[in-house]
Design a protein around this ligand. Structure first.
Ligand code: UD1
Length: 421
């Protein structure tokens, strides 16, 4: 196993270029199962989760070829319908192949994702939506077995909760269904929007893109003619580097972003007294005289993203006052707290609310353990301001979602290196 060693109290400076969004690329790769042609997807992030899904596509009988940041995917010969445990256990998002495989082949088997580090994360809403479209679903020997021998039928689906993956799975299933599917209370995340646009450009009429009501006119199992495209920038990677600038109180330009996707993050940084200068494709964070405390409630897009909560908690340890973070989407998503305490942070947890006292808070480097993807980035940010060295273990969590983290951090002046345990 590998760990990262970061020497703190350095100023950052320069420009960071943001990679393509992992959470957009995953459903987009899954959507290629609906295609009749080879597709080239560019601005693909080079992170472990993407490679895991590509491996699954290959196991199912598809093929892919990488060239720089583009990947050509061809699923025309895809002929297997089972996503096995060995892959699904390493990445929960493998569930995203369920909708497209079921709608193309009339059956699909996906290993149950099981528990994960940030709580239970059920897939009941995905399954309910597919059942509404006529699928029969049973759980057998730890596998979700779904079948619709005569194909899926368009249906009206009302999600009890806003679910990103559930909306994506349903849109992909509906694309090849017979008739019109209406999704009420759909997710509006930019990643969902890009998936809808790509499928629309491939020939499926989708109305209401970017709203909470999506209307999808299915092709009745006619495979789609995809056009090549670029993955949108990663708003969470961008937000993480914005927090890196803020926590080290440095001027930093975050380039190759879509600033509109960062509005909730920019608003909170401004509340914390940072100036954020925006242009068409970049944001620049300016240092401040005083970091002010902040109150955050995580919610669906366009609200404040749960995937940025841990990073803002690290930042709040440096604020002049008491901040609160109310986590509304996932239970058990405060595992970074115990590690931040080891660095000397003053944080109290009460249910799903964390209170962070930043007054005169000085962090001191030590050994800490990454527990999930975004929790790990909070440890990296804290290490940037901590006195001395911080060693972050189990960094495979970071490698799942941050492309070339050490390279990008080193380029802007951080003292960071990767070692083997
Ligand atoms: C996606 C993102 C993840 C992000 C999350 C919320 C990807 C690959 N991952 O995860 O980084 O943190 O959105 O923005 O895009 N739920 C159910 N039943 C279901 C599905 C979800 O109860 O069938 C609940 C979840 O437990 C959670 C809430 O709905 O409380 C939202 O989850 P969801 O939007 O589905 O998250 P993911 O798609 O898994």
């Amino acid at each position: 196993m590998e760990y990262l060693k970061i020497t703190g109290e350095t100023k950052l400076d320069g420009v960071v270029e943001i990679s393509g969004a992992k959470n957009a690329a995953l459903p987009l790769i899954a959507s290629t199962i609906l295609a009749k042609n080879e597709i080239s997807i560019c601005n693909m992030p080079d992170v472990v989760d993407i490679n895991t899904l590509l491996k699954l596509i290959a196991k199912l009988g598809g093929s892919y070829e990488k060239c720089d940041d583009c990947i050509k995917i061809n699923t025309s010969k895809l002929d297997k319908t089972t996503a096995t445990y060995d892959i699904v256990k390493t990445m929960r998002a493998s569930i995203l192949v369920l909708g497209p495989i079921l709608s193309r082949f009339g059956h699909c088997e996906v290993s149950l994702p099981g528990g994960c580090a940030i709580g239970q994360r059920p897939v009941d809403l995905h399954l309910k939506a597919l059942e509404a479209m006529g699928a029969e679903i049973i759980i057998n020997h730890g596998y979700i077995e779904a079948s619709a021998p005569n194909g899926l039928k368009g249906a009206k689906i009302v999600f009890d909760k806003v679910t990103v993956g559930g909306t994506e799975n349903t849109v992909m299933a509906a694309a090849l269904a017979d008739g019109i599917t209406t999704i009420i209370n759909a997710a509006k995340e930019p990643e969902v929007v890009q998936l809808c646009e790509v499928i629309k450009n491939a020939g499926v009429l989708i109305e209401g893109i970017g709203t909470s009501t999506l209307i999808i006119h299915g092709t009745n199992r006619k495979l789609l003619d995809f056009k090549d495209f670029h993955v949108i920038p990663d708003r969470i990677e961008a937000g993480t580097y914005m927090c890196a600038a803020a926590i080290s109180n440095s001027k930093l330009k975050i380039d190759k972003v879509i600033p509109q996707h960062l509005e909730a993050i920019i608003a909170k940084l401004e509340e914390m007294n940072f100036e954020v200068i925006q242009d068409k494709t970049s944001v620049t964070i300016m240092p401040t005289d005083e970091i002010k405390p902040v109150n955050i409630v995580t919610t669906e897009y366009p609200g404040f993203p749960t995937d940025m909560q841990a990073q803002f908690m690290a930042l709040a340890t440096q604020a002049n006052g008491t901040s609160t973070i109310d986590e509304r989407l996932f239970e058990n998503r405060f595992m970074h707290v115990s590690e931040l305490l080891r660095l000397g942070a003053d944080i109290h947890l009460n249910g799903n609310i964390a209170t962070i006292n930043g007054t005169q808070n000085e962090l001191n480097g030590t050994d800490v353990m990454a527990t999930d993807l975004r929790a790990s980035s909070a440890l990296v940010l804290s290490a940037l301001v901590a006195h001395g060295d911080t060693s972050i273990h189990r960094i495979y969590h970071l490698d799942r979602g941050y492309e070339d983290l050490e390279g990008k951090l080193s380029k802007i002046g951080a003292k960071v290196a990767r070692y083997k345990e």
